[in-house]
Design a protein around this ligand. Structure first.
Ligand code: 0X9
Ligand code: ZN
Length: 433
């Protein structure tokens, strides 16, 4: 080794070994399960006062003993955060050692890469890509698909619902599926695209989807929160954005959690009036144009819409009302039976586990959610799906997992929709005497 090279190595080593020198490590996602109340307090403190992002649970008020926390820690706070954890005897596992690589993998796939074997539906798409797809889908299927403009977002982007209608029998019932309430849950819009594609491709091929589409119109809102979704595509550090992009009155913080903005027990549980928080419920119920557009549409169609499904991620769960109270829904047993069957079929076909139950008891008590609101409007079959995964990749579910995640959710939608038909349709050969 030549002398200058030895000097170079030596000098850098001495810098690195200096006490207090902070080595920049890469961003990571840590999994931590606090064992004591003191550890809970420390974790709450870390997640509020250091540059970190809580992936799970969504807010630090839900951190409690024996509950797994998934914490995104950027490289520049990694040393400090780990030192605090260590000082309090809190052990951690590295869930994702290099989230940036996974983020890039999710974003790379938008253009048609002839070498990649994946189809359009096995990739994540930019907001523009989704708008193009909406237009194309409506244009290519003029008899069965209509794009309906139901409103616009805070930043004035259009909110389109696709109406799938396969026949024009009178008194048709309908179901509603919305995706992309939460910006960072990219698998959710991917599912709406998947569902529409499946419906158009397998009508009259697959017996369940045929039966559903013969009896119901389907309204699909692919992205309820286009401004937030767009934002998550603009920079790596914006990938974890959850809320919409409305600017609060004080002008200090941005974003309302649309799933806290519906008019059901608004602002009481699991939500915050502070615009700087992830679970900010906004200044008043339906203050946000996105929530208002959905609520107005459903109010207008409440006599036909029998089934409401809203798609989220992650944790593999089927939730039904109520979340805002521990009271049992009037048709609790029906709802339970439906999600139980969905989970059982997924287990049988795909060997994956989904948990299920009423929101407050299964996940957390929480006001202002769209599922409870739709239920109280009179849509008695109302569900929140939390798609894959259970934290292996979290929000960074690789494109190669899209088909698995969507097929599972599709099976659940079909299982539930067929059961809704059975419960609500008069028997085919019913003769009155
Ligand atoms: O907290 C939410 O909004 C949903 N979970 S997520 O991790 N995707 O944010 C769950 C919603 C369940 N339903 C209600 N809270 N009403
Ligand atoms: Zn969500």
């Amino acid at each position: 080794m030549s002398t200058p090279l030895i000097w170079f190595v030596f000098m850098n080593l001495s810098i690195l070994l200096k006490p207090g020198y902070c080595t920049e490590t890469s961003d990571q996602v840590l999994s931590i399960t606090p064992q004591t109340q003191e550890q809970v307090d420390t974790l709450r403190n870390v997640s509020t006062h250091y540059e970190t992002v809580l992936w799970q649970p969504v807010s630090n008020e839900y951190i409690s003993t024996q509950v797994q926390v998934h914490l995104y820690v950027p490289g520049n706070s990694s040393v400090t955060v780990k030192a605090i954890l260590q000082k309090h005897g809190i052990t951690h596992k590295v869930l994702l050692a290099n989230p940036n690589v996974l983020t890039e993998m999710q974003m790379k796939n938008d253009s048609t890469d002839p070498r990649s074997g994946s189809t359009f539906y096995e990739r994540y798409h930019t907001l523009e890509g989704i708008y193009d797809w909406i237009n194309r889908t409506a244009q290519d299927n003029p008899r069965t698909v209509k794009a309906i403009l139901i409103g616009s977002s805070y930043e004035k982007r259009p909110l389109y619902v696709l109406k799938l209608s396969f026949n024009d029998r009178p008194n048709r019932k309908a179901m509603w599926i919305d995706c992309g309430i939460h910006a960072r849950e990219w698998i959710s819009p991917a599912f709406c695209l998947w569902f529409v594609h499946h419906s158009l491709s397998f009508y009259q091929q697959n017996s369940e989807i045929t039966r559903i589409l013969d009896s119901m119109d389907v309204y699909v809102l692919p992205v309820m929160n286009p401004d937030g979704y767009k934002y998550t595509w603009t920079a790596i550090k914006r990938r974890w954005w959850r809320k919409n992009r409305s600017i609060s009155k004080s002008g200090f913080c941005v974003g309302v959690d649309l799933n806290r903005n519906f008019d059901v027990d608004w602002g009481i549980k699991g939500s915050s009036q502070n615009p700087c928080e992830e679970i900010n419920c906004g200044p008043f119920p339906e203050s946000e144009p996105e929530a208002q557009a959905v609520a107005n549409f459903l109010r207008r169609h409440k006599d036909t819409v029998q089934l409401y499904i809203t798609i989220h991620s992650y944790s593999q769960m089927f939730i039904f009302p109520y979340s805002y109270t521990f009271d049992q829904a009037e048709n609790h047993n029906d709802l339970l039976e439906m999600v139980q069957e969905a989970a059982q079929r997924i287990k049988r076909y795909y060997r994956n586990t989904y948990t299920y139950g009423p929101g407050a008891a299964t996940l957390y008590p929480c006001s202002g959610g769209s599922d409870d609101w739709a239920y109280k409007l009179g849509i008695k079959y109302s569900f929140t799906f939390e798609l894959q995964d259970r934290g292996e990749y979290g929000f960074l579910l690789p494109p190669s997992h899209i088909s698995g995640a969507c097929n599972e959710a599709l099976l659940a939608v079909k299982t539930i929709a067929v059961k809704v038909l059975e419960k609500t349709q008069a028997p085919a050969n019913h003769h009155t005497i």
